[in-house]
Design a binder for this molecule. Structure first.
Ligand SMILES: Cc1cc2nc3c(=O)[nH]c(=O)nc-3n(C[C@H](O)[C@H](O)[C@H](O)COP(=O)(O)O)c2cc1C
Length: 181
């Protein structure tokens, strides 16, 4: 038994591969469980846009910075998060799978029939989200086939209730299981 309370033998056999094709790289990255967000913004005409995104991450506390990355080719939204543009990161609750699937598809007028609030920038804030962070994009970085969008948060709302998060793990939605440790 190791120091952390498990024996190496209790792990399932490792799959070791030196062949890093795109699919196996993507599958391996799926080992990193994440939350699920919908990032919303506005297009050039002021119409709301939005995309399901799990590449959201915290960056800095002072100043309050976050990042998300969007696929240059396959995300129609990516072009709308230039420097100075607004964004809202809506962190989804377990009961919002349908919303996640809706915003993971590519089509116009995704917001038709979807209720949303508006704060300072006009970018949609989704009611019932676990947390929402509104701000402005401060920098964009080349990230291979993705664009890394860095944003400064100006306003946020946190649901302090006992609401479970929506998780994504190995290409599937999942739920949280709390540990007493
Ligand atoms: C759980 C989940 C997470 C996703 N995360 C991302 C992401 O971080 N970046 C990205 O570009 N696409 C991501 N996608 C795919 C986009 O949601 C999808 O390409 C969508 O069509 C983009 O919408 P848009 O074309 O309106 O921007 C994710 C999809 C799912 C289901």
């Amino acid at each position: 038994m190791g120091r952390l309370g498990y024996s190496p033998a209790s792990f399932p056999p490792l799959s070791v591969t030196g062949i890093m094709d795109t699919r196996s790289f993507r599958n391996a990255l799926g080992s990193f469980a994440t939350g699920v967000t919908i990032v919303s913004g506005l297009d050039g005409a002021g119409k709301p846009v939005g995309s399901t995104v799990n590449s959201f991450n915290s960056v800095s506390l002072t100043p309050p910075l976050i990042l998300f990355s969007l696929a240059r080719e396959t995300s129609a939204s990516a072009q709308h998060f230039g420097v100075g543009k607004p964004f809202v990161i809506n962190v989804l609750a377990a009961g919002q799978i349908d919303l996640s699937n809706h915003f993971a598809k590519r089509f116009d007028d995704k917001w038709t029939g979807i209720p949303f609030d508006v704060w300072d920038t006009g970018a949609p804030v989704i009611p019932g989200a676990l947390a929402s962070f509104e701000g402005l994009v401060t920098a964009n970085y080349e990230g291979g086939d993705h664009i890394i969008h860095l944003g400064e948060v100006r306003r946020m709302l946190v649901n302090e209730g006992d609401v479970a998060p929506l998780l994504y793990f190995k290409g599937r939605y999942a739920g949280v299981a709390h540990s007493d440790k």
